[in-house]
Design a protein around this ligand. Structure first.
Ligand code: UDP
Ligand code: MN
Length: 304
């Protein structure tokens, strides 16, 4: 068939029309608000894991973990900690809930007593606890938070923790199953102010003839296994020693623990961060026996 002028014009018109239509469609797609991905950055693995529930159905028969976070005046850290831990534990399919143990009395900070209170508060619906500093974020997914059936599992092991490297160290992050924590009568209530309560707990573990189990085959080291979001200048450690604190807190405490806890829960708050992270805040008023532990308040005593 002869390709005449009329054919040429018809083809040209067709090409022009399809080009114009394509252009129009792409302009409409770019401009349309429905097609806009309004979050400016791509979704991260963390965001995707946050979308799962704390406890998904397939996890129904797994042991439940209570994350116990001793806490006072660390809100900035909590806003990083809670979303990070939720994503981290969802990725491992660990059914868990975060409990912030907020010390609201005016005594010195007592990390161990707060953990004891958190344990009593959560033990009926949880099988194990993580004593968890709010400023220590696990970065390596090889760190497992599974049920510690054989003995306390020290996640923040001395060869991984950025700051503490002695081999009896059990602070930072420690998982303990309910029966073991009860067997040891929990932690000592004598430690007001910073330090040594974790070392005393190590002796309880040994006296109970339990092993301290630690992570193995971790490919990261002291610099990149955890983020320690602790600004030393801004978050000062309360290292004061007053009355006979130094002498008493050097010794193993065979008297105090879960059996001698004295406190009131003044209120409970539910906190939701970024729509998907749920945290329970337990506001705790510890009660100090000034005869037994006068160092719960050093303000009127010359610091030794
Ligand atoms: N903490 C707190 N407020 C305080 C002191 C301590 O919330 O005023 C909690 C917090 O969870 C923190 C943990 O206790 O991570 C351990 O204290 P710190 O970080 O001072 O000890 P470190 O391990 O850094 O020596
Ligand atoms: Mn710290």
């Amino acid at each position: 068939m002869k390709f005449n002028n009329a054919h040429m014009k018809f083809c040209g018109a067709c090409i022009l029309i399809s080009f114009a239509t394509t252009c129009l469609i792409s302009i409409l797609l770019t401009a349309s608000p429905e097609s806009c991905d309004c979050s400016s950055s791509p979704r991260t693995a963390q965001q995707i894991h946050l979308d799962k529930n704390d406890v998904s159905n397939s996890n129904a028969n797994k042991p439940k973990l209570a994350i116990l976070v001793p806490f006072r005046d660390r809100f900035d850290e909590l806003l990083q900690f809670a979303p990070h831990m939720t994503a981290f534990l969802n990725q491992q399919s660990i059914p868990h809930h975060i409990f912030v143990l907020n010390q609201v009395d005016r005594y010195r900070f007592n990390r161990a007593s707060l953990i004891n209170v958190g344990f009593v508060y959560t033990k009926n619906d949880h099988d194990y606890i993580a004593m968890h500093d709010v400023d220590l974020l696990p970065l390596n997914n090889q760190l497992h938070y599974e049920y510690p059936k054989d003995g306390p599992f020290h996640v923040a092991a001395p060869d991984l923790h950025p700051k503490y490297h002695y081999n009896t160290f059990v602070g930072g992050i420690l998982l303990v199953k309910r029966e073991h924590f009860e067997l040891m009568n929990g932690m000592s209530n004598r430690y007001w102010g910073w330090g040594l309560e974790d070392d005393e707990f190590y002796v309880r573990i040994k006296d109970a003839k339990l092993p301290v189990v630690r992570p193995i085959n971790i490919t990261t080291g002291i610099n990149n296994t955890f983020a320690h979001i602790h600004d030393r200048a801004h978050r000062k450690r309360d290292t004061a020693k007053c009355f006979n604190q130094r002498e008493v807190t050097r010794k193993r405490d065979r008297e105090t623990g879960l059996s001698s806890l004295n406190y009131r829960i003044s209120s409970i708050n539910k906190l939701r961060i970024d729509d998907v992270v749920n945290v329970t805040i337990v506001n705790i008023q510890l009660i100090c026996n000034h005869q037994e532990t006068p160092w719960c308040d050093c303000s009127n005593e010359k610091k030794l």
